[in-house]
Design a protein around this ligand. Structure first.
Ligand code: TRP
Ligand code: SF4
Length: 331
């Protein structure tokens, strides 16, 4: 049997994951775990690049993000959960790769630019500017073949591929050039109509939200403002709720749009139907999560065991890299 190809992807551990993460990434991870050897990274060093001043949040988030991944159906017997800061190879490779990347290339990285603007940085730390280099180390320590991520990660993938090519060209074929696998689901809007569902915005439905919280959030979503009375004809094309129906209640989507246009369904009923569909999706996740919440030691063991496995692979890669660079003189 040919060896399975390898995937590496991950999340910054800056807070709980939400529905945007689910449709953009977690959902496909669940499918991919059957076909690929999957590494899921809890990116706590990358989280520090923006949260180094309040790290209290991070320890808690490492568990939350691990449980978010496990509760949606990632099977700890199939995937390897890795805590970034436990992998010295990532730090070492980051230093080596930093010789191959210019400051200007990082400054012009569109995602770095957008994020720096969003965080309001007038200047930025060396760590923040350089996180795409560290991300290249995340991906290459285990020689991942494929990286499933959202559109915003494209510049980082291009940088990773460039680093790999440059390294192999300079020092001989050592690293694996990974392919990017883009999510087929467009970015999920916030319930407030904001273009992005975001942790820092108050428009997110978290995978760990209770049924009541989900309902309250959905009921407060913005809708077509021209609908004053229940039977006013609506414009589902400009309504966030209809966009959610399209994704999470697909079977009813056409029906709901038609009824809305005719003024045959009121917004309250429409939102209740959406809350129901979301809760149907989330309920099995809540059950799994409740198990892990009650067995935190097990979550910890999954992370520690996964990180150990990652270290065996990463240390081997570092050795090969050092040999290729003629800086390895033996043990
Ligand atoms: N930068 C990614 C994000 O913000 C998280 C991440 C860190 C990642 N390391 C990675 C994604 C390696 C894919 C591969 O979502
Ligand atoms: Fe939006 Fe539904 Fe109201 Fe139409 S009925 S405006 S789709 S919430």
């Amino acid at each position: 049997m040919p060896e399975k190809k390898r995937i590496l992807t991950g999340d910054r551990t800056t807070g709980k994951l939400h529905l945007g993460h689910y449709v953009g990434s977690l959902q496909s991870r669940v499918k991919l775990q059957e076909e690929y050897e999957s590494f899921i990274l809890l990116a706590d060093i990358q989280a520090l690049t923006t949260h180094f001043e309040n790290p209290e949040l991070l320890e808690h988030s490492i568990y939350e993000v691990a449980m978010d991944n496990l509760s949606v159906g990632l099977d700890p017997n199939k995937i390897t959960l890795v805590q970034q800061s436990r992998i010295p190879a990532i730090g070492e490779l980051t230093v080596f790769y930093s010789m191959l990347v210019t400051v200007n290339a990082l400054r012009h990285n569109p995602t770095i630019k957008t994020e720096a603007a969003n965080y309001g940085y007038s200047d930025m730390t060396y760590g923040f500017l350089g996180y795409p280099v560290s991300q290249s180390a995340d991906i290459t320590f285990c020689k991942a073949n494929l990286v499933p991520v959202g559109e915003d990660q494209k510049p980082h993938m291009e940088m990773t591929r460039k680093i790999v090519r440059r390294f192999n060209e300079l020092y001989g074929e050592t690293l694996v050039e990974p392919d990017i696998m883009l999510s087929d689901c467009p970015r999920l809007m916030g319930l407030d109509g904001n273009a992005k569902m975001g942790k820092s915005l108050v428009n997110a439905v978290y995978l760990s939200d209770s049924a009541d919280v989900v309902k309250t959030k959905v009921m407060s979503a913005v809708t077509d403002p021209s609908r004053i009375k229940k039977d006013d004809p609506g414009h589902p094309d400009i309504c966030v709720v209809s966009k959610y129906h399209k994704i999470f209640n697909h079977g009813e989507y056409e029906n709901i749009c038609e009824s809305c246009k005719k003024g045959a369904i009121g917004c309250v009923a429409c939102k209740k139907a959406l809350a129901g569909a979301l809760n149907d999706l989330l309920e099995p996740f809540r059950e799994k999560r409740a198990y892990y919440e009650a067995h935190r030691d097990e979550v910890r063991d999954i992370i520690l065991t996964g990180s150990e496995k990652a270290n065996r692979i990463g240390n081997e890669t570092v050795k090969e890299v050092k040999e290729a660079m003629h800086i390895y003189i033996g043990d």
